[in-house]
Every structure is written in structure tokens, then in C-alpha cells.
Design a protein around this ligand. Structure first.
Ligand code: PLP
Ligand code: TYR
Length: 473
């Protein structure tokens, strides 16, 4: 018999959850314009909107808050954070930023010129927005399989080297300031990149004098998948694997709100001194002194500790295990989800869940809204709404993946909460043909998914109703 394992921590402080009635949830959803981003958190029972900044900190982190050095300049806390990044990730130079997109802003401004191309293994919303705002065209070089939710591959975040070579041949290396490699790939379903692939991308780029910058947001989760799935790594520690991974890049942007186990913070790291000096100038303009970059001294203390806690083998094994615990139950029940199960989230395949809805009826948005209505579980649309519009044609970008993300915060929920989520999804699947599509009532011009508002496309005005079967037929 396989012995069961449990959380590698015990609970010291608890937060009461609110449990609204169906009618209250319905009102809350209507007030939010059927957009889960606009629901008040006090109306949410289990919050799987994001794993960003939602981590439960450890007692060591809470304790360290008191030791934060809030000096405007030369803070001891910054020194400790800088030391942790250098030691755990291996980069020479580090600059603090208020969160990941602060680092993306500075990197994009410094490296991109109008008319450049930035290849990446699938886009991320904020990352691409910064690249485009600085005049670059994003080019997706992820393997084709990553766009198919049903293909089960160990490293579905890998770069297709032929696509990268073809781009270099077509536009010339001088038009590619850097390759942006996400480890893991959020929008592909939290899928990892293999060490072999990182090595090959790095070698190809170096032969053309192109830099490789990682989006390191969930790099520890990527390192764990390498330990589990790639030949030659099973006996190595996650910390050791992570260090090797980072050696195949010239620097990284980091949202500390994920794999640094904190509620706010980020950094930009690099090995090139000239880029460091120029970045430091922009940190002063956008973030604050290079010894705090938008973070309080106490935040930096917590992050320095979180960086080390995240590479504990027991922590990361449980983390990935919990995501898998949720995903596997859904798979066993025949629910369409992105395979294999990724690092930070389980992604429902909304196209397969609601096949009666056209993509312009926003199936993933409708499914996320229906899940909230059913049980108070909050998730996030990752499909046509998130993909926005083509900046040249103004048409909707139409991603192949039309997903609902169930994102698991780190160290927050127990597996009993995961069971509640499973039950709600199974109940919705039973009555899936009663769920109708949505129309977009308000569309913001940028990053529209955050603030867009929707309305049900049904005669009754209800999102879930037996009546909808007729509309959907
Ligand atoms: C893959 C990835 N990159 C970058 C970011 C940006 O980080 P932040 O939210 O800290 O600005 C996020 C989350 O927003 C992310 O998931
Ligand atoms: N990075 C966070 C927060 C976020 C969510 C959606 C975005 O498009 C941008 C940022 C996440 O992936 O959950």
C-alpha cells in the first residue's frame, strides 16, 4: 500500500471563511458584471483566483517582519535579500522592484527598440504588454503541443528550436534583444521547460549574441518537475537543480509573490554589469532607491526567508502534490482539464466543458462565473478575454486554449478544500448544458480581463437555468 503523506507544516493561525447563500452569491456575481476579478473577496468561499501574493507566510517570516530595517538607504534587509537571490539563484546583480511587472517594465525599456521582436514560450499578459508598449512584436516559439490541452507531455513548456531559428533567419539576430523564457509557463497550464531545452535555447542564442532572460516567477516549481521527470536529476536537490537552470540565462524578472512565498515584491537580476548600472537608474525613477525598490524593509526580510523556504524539498513536493490531488480527481471523473497537471493550477478546458458555446460567447468566462455561483469558489478566465485584441487589426486574439484556471495559493488550503472544489465542478458538469454564454457589456482598452463586465446571453437573464437548454440547442 502506498503510504500517505501530509502537509509539511502545521497551522498556527486561521482566517474564517465567508459562506454566502446562493442568492447572495447571485447578487455578488451580478454586481461584479460576471467577472470574477470584480467580486469582493469577502463574498468568496475558496479563492482560487490566483497564486499571486496569496501565500501563507511561515512563522519565521512573520517573526522577521519585526527585524525589517526601514532605512531609506542602505537597508540591512536589502542586503539580506540581495544575498539570498545571489546564493539561491546564482545571478551577480540584483535590483528590487515592487512586483514582477516593475522588473518587466525596466527590462523592456532598456533592451527593446521600436521594431524589435521578442520571442517567448507563450505570452504572459503583463510581460507582453510591456514588450509591446516599448515597440516590440511578441513571437510565440513554444512547441505546438502546448496549444493542445489534451496532449500529455512531460515538458510542454519547451521552446521549438526550429521556430526560434526561423525567426532569427527571418528578422536577423540584431532585431531580437532577448528571448523571454518562462519557467514554468503560466498560460500553457503551469507547464515546465526541460533542462535540456533551456541548455539548447541558451547555446543557440549565445551563438547569435542574443540574451536569454527568464521569467522566473515559478522557477522552483519548474525545478521540481525536472527532478521528477528528467533523466539524471532524481537524486539532486531542487535547490541544486534551480541553480543549474538559472545558469542557462543572462538574467531574470521575478514576481516574488509566487515562488518567493511572499505577499508582495519582486526583483530584476542579471550577470551583465552594464545592464545592471542602466537598470539601477530606472529603478530610481520607477520603484525607489535601489536598496528597497518599492518594498518595505520588512517585506524584503520576509522575501529573503521565503526564497530559501521555497527550495525545501518537502515544501515543494507537497505544493505540487496538492495541485495534482485536485487535478487527478477531476481527471478520474472525466472532466476535461489541461494535461499534464501543471505546477500552480489546474486548468479546466472550457471549450470541451461547454461545447455548445462559441468562443465569442466567452465559454471560460461563463464557466468561471458559473463555478462561483454554484459554490463560492473563485477562479479565473484564461481564454479569449485574457488574450485581448490584436494591436494591429483590432480583432479579438483567438487563443486555442479557452481555460478556467483553478489556482492554488501556497500553504493556504487543505485537501478538504480541494474536495469541495471537485464536488462543485462535478455538479456543474452534470448540468453543463444549462449554462449559457456571455456578452461583453464593457470592454476596457488594455488588459481588459481585469475590469470587463458581462451579461448572460439568455432570454431569462439567468446564467444557469433549465431554460438555457433551448437557447443553447
Ligand atoms: C508568469 C508571470 N510573469 C509575470 C507576472 C507579473 O508579476 P506581478 O503580478 O508580480 O507583477 C506574473 C503574474 O502577474 C506571472 O504569472
Ligand atoms: N501573475 C498573477 C496575477 C495576474 C493575473 C492575471 C494577469 O493577466 C496578470 C497578473 C497570476 O498569474 O495569477
Amino acid at each position: 500500500m502506498k503510504r500517505r503523506t501530509a502537509e509539511p507544516y502545521k497551522i498556527k493561525s486561521v482566517e474564517t471563511l465567508s459562506m454566502l447563500s446562493f442568492e447572495e452569491r447571485k447578487e455578488s456575481l451580478e454586481r461584479a458584471g460576471y467577472n470574477t476579478f470584480l467580486i469582493n473577496s469577502e463574498d468568496v468561499y475558496i479563492d482560487l483566483l490566483t497564486d499571486s501574493g496569496t501565500t501563507a507566510m511561515s512563522d519565521a517570516q512573520w517573526g522577521a517582519l519585526m527585524t525589517g530595517d526601514e532605512a531609506y538607504a542602505g537597508s540591512k534587509s536589502w542586503k539580506r535579500l540581495e544575498h539570498a537571490v545571489r546564493e539561491v539563484y546564482g545571478y551577480k546583480y540584483v535590483l528590487p522592484t515592487h512586483q514582477g511587472r516593475g522588473a518587466e517594465n525596466i527590462l523592456s525599456q532598456l533592451k527593446i527598440k521600436e521594431g524589435d521582436y521578442v520571442p517567448g514560450n507563450m505570452y504572459f499578459t503583463t510581460t507582453r504588454a510591456h514588450q509591446e508598449m516599448n515597440g516590440a512584436t511578441f513571437v510565440d516559439i513554444i512547441i505546438d503541443e502546448a496549444h493542445d490541452p489534451s496532449i500529455d507531455l512531460p515538458f510542454k513548456g519547451n521552446v521549438d528550436l526550429d521556430k526560434l531559428r526561423a525567426l532569427i533567419d527571418e528578422v536577423g539576430a540584431e532585431k531580437i534583444p532577448y528571448v523571454c523564457l518562462a519557467v514554468t509557463v503560466n498560460l500553457a497550464g503551469g507547464q515546465p521547460v526541460s533542462m535540456q531545452n533551456m541548455k539548447e535555447v541558451y547555446e543557440l542564442c549565445k551563438s547569435h549574441h542574443i540574451d536569454v532572460m527568464f521569467d522566473a516567477t515559478r522557477c522552483v516549481e519548474n525545478a521540481y518537475f525536472i527532478k521528477e521527470r528528467e533523466n539524471g536529476y532524481s537524486d539532486r536537490s531542487v535547490a541544486d537543480i534551480l541553480k543549474e537552470m538559472m545558469s542557462y540565462s543572462d538574467g531574470c524578472t521575478m514576481s516574488g509573490k509566487k515562488d518567493c512565498l511572499v505577499n508582495i515584491g519582486g526583483f530584476l537580476a542579471m550577470n551583465d554589469e552594464d545592464l545592471y548600472i542602466r537598470s539601477r537608474e530606472l529603478v530610481v525613477v520607477y520603484e525607489g532607491m535601489p536598496s528597497y525598490g518599492g518594498m518595505a524593509g520588512r517585506d524584503m526580510e520576509a522575501m529573503a526567508i521565503g526564497i530559501r523556504e521555497a527550495v525545501d524539498d518537502h515544501y515543494i513536493e507537497h505544493r505540487i502534490g496538492q495541485v495534482r490531488y485536485l487535478g487527478q480527481q477531476l481527471l478520474d471523473a472525466g472532466i476535461p482539464i489541461v494535461q499534464p497537471i501543471g505546477g500552480h493550477a489546474v486548468f479546466l478546458d472550457a471549450k470541451a466543458f461547454l461545447p455548445h458555446l462559441k468562443q465569442e460567447e466567452f465559454p471560460a468566462q461563463a464557466l468561471a462565473a458559473a463555478l462561483y455561483l454554484d459554490s463560492g469558489v473563485r477562479s479565473m478566465e484564461r481564454g479569449i478575454v485574457s488574450a485581448g485584441r490584436d494591436i494591429k487589426t483590432g480583432e479579438h486574439n483567438r487563443p486555442n486554449l479557452e481555460l478556467v484556471r483553478l489556482t492554488i495559493p501556497r500553504r493556504v488550503y487543505t485537501n478538504n478544500h480541494m474536495d469541495v472544489v471537485v464536488d462543485s465542478i462535478l455538479a456543474l458538469y452534470e448540468k453543463r448544458d444549462t449554462i449559457c454564454g456571455l456578452t461583453m457589456a464593457y470592454e476596457p482598452p488594455t488588459l481588459r480581463f481585469f475590469n470587463a463586465r458581462f451579461a448572460p446571453l439568455s432570454d431569462s437573464g439567468e446564467l444557469i437555468s433549465e431554460e438555457n437548454k433551448k437557447v443553447n440547442a
